[in-house]
Design a protein around this ligand. Structure first.
Ligand SMILES: [Zn+2]
Length: 188
């Protein structure tokens, strides 16, 4: 593995560790040339997934980009990194197993929102606001209004049935026009 700092190929594996659930192997590496340390992750890839962006350009699916956008949405929320990693893995598996040659970034966004809407309402709203890329304040407020209605409907249901569900859960993704910004253009 080439060193990400000095590009030397003279790097060594210092330590290999498998994730508790066996889903990846983490390797600590050392560059003999510049002395830097870095970590690599080895994961199963069932098949190469291509993502069609809003501008029509097709690029290979990058797990790291999806991970980053989910992490931004979950920042300071009670969701562990491990949980986020599992969310991204489950989406990746769904994409790989879908049988589609190309998957649009919109579809991936919907998969993420589906999971977040059932997990954490704040993370969901953050992710959705990037996804829908609201251009007007009114559009965003309308979106929040839809969610509010869902939550109160759910609260009533919980009150009457005592299902054990929390107020955090809502499961319907409202239909809104999607803005022109692409979900996967998250370089900042
Ligand atoms: Zn180096």
């Amino acid at each position: 593995m080439r060193c990400p700092f000095c590009a030397s190929v003279d790097t060594q594996v210092k330590d290999s560790r498998m994730a508790e659930d066996g889903s990846y192997i983490k390797r600590r590496r050392f560059c003999a040339e510049c002395g830097s340390r870095f970590t690599t992750f080895e994961r199963v890839q069932l098949k190469e997934v291509m993502v069609k962006k809003l501008n029509g350009i097709v690029v290979p699916f990058e797990r790291e980009k999806l991970l980053k956008s989910v992490k931004v949405a979950c920042k300071k929320r009670p969701i562990t990194d491990e949980r986020i990693d599992k969310i991204v893995s489950s989406i990746q598996r769904q994409l790989e197993a879908s049988g589609e040659v190309e998957i649009s970034s919109r579809e991936i966004g919907v998969l993420v929102m589906d999971i977040l809407s059932n997990l954490d309402i704040v993370a969901y709203i953050r992710f959705a606001s990037v996804y829908y890329n609201f251009e007007k304040k009114e559009d965003f407020l309308k979106f929040i209004d839809t969610i509010k209605k869902e939550i109160s409907a759910l609260d009533e249901k919980v009150d009457s049935e005592i299902t054990g569900k929390t107020y955090n859960q809502c499961s319907i993704i409202p239909e809104f026009p999607v803005g022109s910004k692409d979900l996967f253009n998250n370089e900042k």
